[in-house]
Design a protein around this ligand. Structure first.
Ligand code: AMP
Ligand code: ZN
Length: 467
């Protein structure tokens, strides 16, 4: 499959570096409240990437961290009068619950920052030893960005006419800082009274790791120095991912991520989501309005990941209709397969176009369009052809992670032979323009609970109750 790479600004093939397993890392949630639908745009697209690779026969190793110590988690745990551990555990459980509702495959490894303090200290020590890190008077340790000539390549800082030399003495101890304030960033934060109980011992005194460092240390632990792909929302390109590259390449040497996958932000009603505007939605907010997580998933994959997605509540209603149409299409295909047929097809049949879209820069809206086209093309198929088409359809549903309102399994709709014989007889009557006979047979089918619909070259059967 091909995917756009933020670093080289080109589309490149995705192939496991080790020839076996595609190993990738996603920056995970900061667990200080419920994740919002913007966060889920990013997590859902990462899930579709993984599913697409796996559908294409590539094994994956998916690592996604939990950020359970930073400025925000500490601040809000204190407001909630809970220990950091208890506070972040509660929000982690909620996050997992939401992920399950959205059909996200759990990552193979989900490390947390607090569980990897020794690894983070070891990485800082390596940076200090090599002259890339320096301790300051307040017991903090900073990364000297002028010591890494590659700094700014990912976010093309040179094009923003910022010179690293000019900012040599500027420092930032905040976990997040403004895009244009280029500064040495914090690796270890010296203990402050407002940190409460949340500090650890280190060679530079008590304190806690900086946010950027956490990912670098966990990546080294689980994926080594070099790995296949790194991902997050576009807001992470600078400074977070820029800082991760600097830390990891300086501490470990060599090359960090082979490929960078960034997801453009979701907007609400054309603008940024924010609590103060009252347009920040969580899964719970949508459930209160009667919408399901699967409907949200459909909306989230409805736009290409490199374009902004403007979310509206109306788009959820449209998603509901689209999902119902897909379910109906699948039911019709299932009705045309011979009873009990189970075909594991190697190709996608009428859904090849949809698969091509997906494997070309993860074009999810193109894939959805291709699925509807495929269903129209497949409407005349019968027997094994219908079964093969249904197998292709189901593979696409799995790649997109869509669960349809009424679960359609191949062969789940078993059409008794006597019913098929009646339906065949009726079709023959129709072909002979014997309308009276055709109507009698339709009535007999209806009496036995089957609805028949005529296509141009064939018919479809559906359980009448399925209407
Ligand atoms: P956080 O929990 O803030 O660390 O964010 C988790 C993930 O969500 C990161 O990859 C962010 O880049 C991503 N993210 C945050 N806001 C949005 C948004 N509005 N649209 C898409 N992704 C977002
Ligand atoms: Zn990260």
């Amino acid at each position: 499959m091909r995917l756009f790479d933020t670093l080289t600004r080109t589309e490149r093939d995705l192939r496991p570096l080790d020839g076996r397993t595609f190993r990738f890392y996603c920056c995970g949630p900061t667990v200080y409240g419920p994740a919002h639908i913007g966060n889920f745009r990013t997590f859902v697209l990462q899930d579709v990437l993984r599913r697409t690779l796996e559908t294409g026969g590539i094994r994956t190793l998916h690592v996604r961290n939990i950020t359970d110590v930073d400025d925000k988690t500490i601040r809000d745990s204190q407001k909630a009068e809970k220990s950091l551990k208890e506070f972040t555990r509660g929000w982690t459980v909620k996050f997992h619950d939401d992920c399950e509702k959205l059909g996200l495959l759990p990552p193979h490894i989900e490390p947390s920052a607090v569980e990897h303090i020794p690894q983070q200290i070891a990485m800082i020590a390596a940076l200090v030893e090599k002259g890339h890190g320096y301790a300051s008077d307040d017991g903090s340790v900073y990364f000297r960005i002028s010591s890494f000539p590659g700094y700014g390549r990912l976010s093309r800082l040179d094009q923003r006419e910022l010179e690293i030399g000019k900012t040599q003495n500027a420092r930032s101890s905040s976990d997040e800082y403004e895009k244009d304030s280029l500064s040495d960033f914090v690796l270890w934060k010296g203990r402050k009274p407002e940190d409460g109980e949340n500090f650890w011992a280190s060679p530079w005194g008590e304190g806690r790791p900086g946010w950027h460092l956490e990912c670098s240390a966990m990546i080294q632990e689980y994926l080594g120095d070099t790995f296949d792909l790194h991902s997050g929302g576009v807001d992470l390109v600078f400074p977070h991912h820029e800082n991760e590259i600097a830390q990891s390449e300086c501490a470990c040497g060599g090359h960090f991520a082979e490929h960078w996958f960034h997801i453009t932000h979701l907007l609400v009603d054309g603008g940024k989501m924010s609590k103060s505007l009252g347009n920040l939605y969580t899964l719970e907010d949508l459930a209160a309005r009667g919408f399901s997580a699967m409907e949200l998933r459909y909306v989230l994959i409805g736009a290409h990941y490199r374009k902004p997605l403007n979310f509206t509540l109306e788009s959820l209603s449209a998603a509901r209709e689209a999902l119902a149409k897909l379910a109906k299409g699948a039911r019709q295909l299932a009705a045309m397969t011979a009873p009990g047929t189970r075909l594991a097809s190697a190709d996608f049949g009428p859904f090849q176009g949809a698969w091509d879209s997906l494997s070309h820069d993860l074009n999810t809206p193109g894939a959805l369009g291709g699925i509807f086209t495929g269903l129209r093309e497949a409407s005349n198929l019968t027997g094994d052809d219908a079964a093969a088409a249904l197998a292709g359809f189901n593979r696409l549903m799995r790649a997109l992670g869509l669960t349809l309102p009424e679960e359609v399994d191949q062969g789940a709709v078993v059409i008794p032979e006597s019913i098929r014989a009646l339906a065949d007889a009726r079709w023959q009557a129709r072909l002979a323009r014997n309308w009276q006979e055709s109507d009698v047979l339709r009535g007999q089918l209806a009496d036995q609970g089957w609805a028949v619909k005529d296509g141009k070259e064939s018919y479809t059967l559906e359980p009448a109750s399925g209407e």
